[in-house]
Design a protein around this ligand. Structure first.
Ligand code: A3P
Length: 369
């Protein structure tokens, strides 16, 4: 059934991109000429994301729909009061968003009943797939915080909570130049767990059809959507000394959530109401988030299933553990990942951080950062 619907959608005539020729020439397209390109064309592209382009200095792989918004993203007016959670996909973004939002809003659990995507919109979401085409083809309408996320955020009052998966070099110019100083909390996670989680997410939500072997090849080739994991992490890592940037890890949240909560509260200049901390810890637990429709993305999953756009069934809050890759990756693949990681880490001061050893599978982390 899934294949039949996709077959029908392939016939939909593409809308032309609105980028100027000059803008279009700046980016390279991922062609169908080598093994990785063939996997991407066969198992990742669909009528709502018809090709991948490599954008910016880091040649970040993004859907071609991004080109329509490239200028708008770069020129976006930031505010010093903005609070951004940035991450590579599947690094624990949702968990971090819920923690940051609650700390920023004095642990207002009642207000947190509103959908997270509305409270904490995803900046470049409208660039990922062609939502207009989705609406025209499937009749699937999306709220503004999805279909026109940039506009939704632009018009928000007060403190804006913004999620992004864009790498550092693709953030709005005002962030790069320091003209505006939004606070940025960057969360990272072991790339092997990220890859496994991204694989399941891709089949559950994005409609990607690759098996794990092919998915991990594309991930390691750095042409997966949002590009190179290590360029992403190290891009933010290099900015860590700036007072408006805080880096945290998924693994620390697993080991010592309260410690991370206190670090984030200090970064945001927030006093925590101590009597509500037990409720916060419970609210942020995996079990509680898994059953919380405001954060568990169940509505998105149900909508994808309704339109038969995805090949897999499951939950967004899937395993919620560290090193679960050990059950899904062969030793050979683990070793490939570690070789690839070493090449990046050895040229970076990140090598001296205890997290590096953890991500290289060469040490168990026992101390708090
Ligand atoms: P798994 O797929 O490994 O389970 P993101 O929000 O960046 O997409 O990341 C999703 C990952 O974070 C998923 O990982 C999800 O289960 C995990 N996650 C979300 N909330 C969590 C929580 N409260 N505790 C632990 N892991 C959580």
């Amino acid at each position: 059934m899934f294949v039949t619907i996709l077959g029908r959608l392939q016939q939909y005539s593409p809308v032309s991109s609105t980028c100027t020729l000059k803008e279009c020439q700046k980016v390279k397209k991922v062609e169908n000429t080598d093994e990785i390109g063939q996997i991407i064309h066969r198992d990742f592209l669909d009528p709502f994301c018809e090709s991948y382009v490599l954008v910016g200095e880091g040649e970040t792989a993004l859907g071609d729909n991004y080109l329509k918004f490239e200028d708008e993203v770069k020129k976006f007016e930031m505010r010093d009061s903005d609070i951004i959670v940035a991450s590579y996909p599947k690094a624990g973004t949702t968990w971090t968003q819920e923690m940051v939002w609650l700390i920023g809003n004095d642990l207002d659990f009642k207000a947190a009943e509103e959908h997270l995507d509305k409270r904490f919109p995803h900046f470049e979401l409208c660039t990922i797939v062609d939502f207009q085409k989705m609406k025209d083809t499937l009749g699937a309408t999306r709220p503004e915080f999805v279909g026109n996320s940039l506009n939704y955020i632009r018009n928000q009052d007060g403190v804006r909570y913004i999620k992004t998966h864009l790498p550092y070099d693709l953030l709005p110019n005002q962030v790069l130049t320091g003209t505006k100083l939004p606070r940025i909390i960057y969360v990272m996670r072991d790339p092997k767990d990220v890859c496994v989680s991204y694989f399941h997410h891709g089949r559950l939500i994005q409609g990607w059809r690759a098996d794990f072997e092919n998915f991990s090849k594309v991930f390691l080739s750095e042409k997966i959507m949002f590009g190179s994991y290590w360029k992403h992490v190290l891009g933010f890592w290099e900015q860590r000394h700036k007072p408006n940037i805080l880096i945290i890890t998924y693994e620390d949240m697993k080991i010592d959530l309260l410690g991370v909560i206190r670090k984030v509260a200090e970064f945001l200049n927030k006093e925590l109401p101590e009597e509500k901390i037990p409720q916060l810890l419970k609210h942020l637990s995996f079990e509680s988030m898994k059953n919380n429709r405001a954060v568990n993305q169940q509505d998105k999953i149900e909508s994808r299933k309704k339109h038969k756009l995805v090949p897999e069934d499951g939950a967004f809050m899937r395993s919620g553990t560290s090193q679960s890759y050990k059950g899904e990756m062969t030793e050979e693949l683990v070793s490939k990942f570690d070789q690839w990681s070493k090449q990046y880490i050895s040229h970076s001061s990140f090598a001296n951080d205890p997290t590096a050893a953890l991500y290289l599978n060469s040490a168990q982390k026992t101390t708090k950062m």
